[in-house]
Design a protein around this ligand. Structure first.
Ligand SMILES: *Cc1c(COP(=O)(O)O)cnc(C)c1O
Length: 407
């Protein structure tokens, strides 16, 4: 028995590193969520690009329930069938030949960065340890991943941070040419910068990065934690640029559709640098997580589902443009598939969270990506009727936002 859970208890008991709104969601189904008071919301946030198949997808509930009645956990002292099955599936669907399992995006990246260093260290020597990453990028919140990430605010106050990391302007081929050297072990990037404001990498930049890495014997790492698992209309975003296929790819977020799991994928030759005892995780490859993820992968790799992402992209972007004609608040609407960023006009700069709260009041869950960009990452299978209802609610929020702005 416990007393009613209230938002006030959050402030009483939780470390104050988050600032959630007053309402507490208690239930979800598909692209709809309900709070404690029974108020219904349309979900255009998807748990930050996580619930790609919607809340409580029946096939995933089935798989999870079955696995929960079979085997929960062993540790990596033993292996398990769901983990091997998932690894095999991931390799069959991608360039990768080997997989390492983690429990989150940051952990998958941590493994990728450590592997890049170890691979260079063992083959060439300790001087080949430098990582090149990009301004505004986001790679997670562990000390190594905030250090590789290109946003100072996530690193400040946590110094000293790991050394040997350079941050260059994103999409700047010349800067990369000038900086990459025989000391570079890897270049790390997001095909579309997510948290940084939904900034797509240019095709030419990706091709140049691939060529420069080859020329300097460095690895190319794609952080596809947000762009992967169907989000852009391909299973992974690198498939849009086959000539720039990475050496290492990380995925998490939608991989578990809400069950915590992450993975690092790589070519076989690179994988050998992680030999017995090099790296590990107690939960990594947990049977519950892997059973769910294998089903998620099967459902998302379906060509019809992926084609539906492109249809929904066009439908949602058209609706956003229409809403913006009636209540002009955005200067740009960009992104790919169902990862869409709406940039606020310069005179509304810094007010993204305000619009997010107004959308919530209208019954719509959305995200921001930085202070100036409203971010939408709905489920890949969101029904048209839910897009319509969500857009009705967003339009009225945009109208309120405009009216507030005028006073
Ligand atoms: C969310 C995200 C991460 C971090 O994932 P966590 O599961 O929160 O650790 C890393 N990289 C990118 C691109 C992300 O979007």
């Amino acid at each position: 028995m416990h007393s009613k859970v209230t938002r006030a208890l959050f402030d009483e008991y939780m470390v104050p590193n988050y600032a959630p709104p007053e309402m507490i969601p208690v239930r979800g189904k598909g692209s709809r969520v309900w709070d404690q008071a029974g108020q219904e919301y349309i979900d255009f946030a998807g748990g930050i690009a996580v619930t790609a198949l919607g809340h409580c997808h029946p096939a995933l509930v089935d798989v999870l329930t079955q696995q929960a009645n079979t085997l929960w956990h062993l540790s990596n002292v033993w292996t398990n069938e769901p983990a091997i099955h998932l690894a095999q599936q991931l390799c069959q669907h991608t360039f990768a030949e080997k997989v390492y399992f983690a429990n989150s995006g940051a952990e998958a990246n941590e493994a990728a960065f450590k592997l890049a260093r170890k691979y260079a260290h063992d083959r060439v020597g300790p001087q080949k340890h430098e990582l090149i990453s990009f301004q505004n990028s986001f790679h997670g919140r562990t000390l190594f991943t905030v250090s590789v990430g290109g946003q100072l605010k996530y690193r400040q106050g946590f110094e000293p941070v790991p050394a040997g990391i350079t941050h260059l302007p994103f999409n700047d081929i010349e800067a990369l040419e000038k900086t990459i050297s025989e000391r570079t072990c890897a270049v790390v990037l997001e095909p579309i910068q997510g948290e940084g404001g939904i900034i797509p990498a240019d095709r030419d930049f990706l091709l140049a990065a691939r060529n420069l890495c080859d020329r300097h014997d460095a690895l190319l790492i794609f952080d596809e934690i947000q762009t992967g698992m169907g989000r852009t209309g391909k299973l992974f975003a690198y498939e849009h640029f086959p000539e720039a296929t990475p050496d290492i790819l990380t995925t998490a977020k939608a991989l578990g559709n809400g069950f915590p799991v992450g993975a690092m994928l790589c070519r076989e030759e690179i994988a050998t640098a992680f030999n017995f005892g090099s790296h590990g995780s107690t939960y990594g490859g947990n049977p519950l997580a892997c059973a769910v993820a294998a089903k998620v992968l099967e459902l998302i790799a379906d060509p019809d589902l992926l084609a539906g992402v492109l249809t929904r992209h066009q439908y949602l972007v058209d609706a956003l443009k229409h809403a913006n004609d009636n209540a002009p608040v955005f200067s740009a609407i960009r992104g790919q598939g169902l990862l869409i960023g709406c940039e606020l006009m310069p005179h509304f700069a810094g007010r993204g969270r305000e619009l997010l709260m107004q959308a919530l009041d209208a019954g719509l869950m959305v995200l921001v990506a930085g202070p100036n960009v409203l971010r939408l990452a709905p489920a890949l299978n969101i029904p048209e009727a839910d897009i319509d209802e969500g857009m009705t609610r967003l339009s009225s929020a945009m109208q309120c936002f405009l009216n507030d702005g005028g006073t």
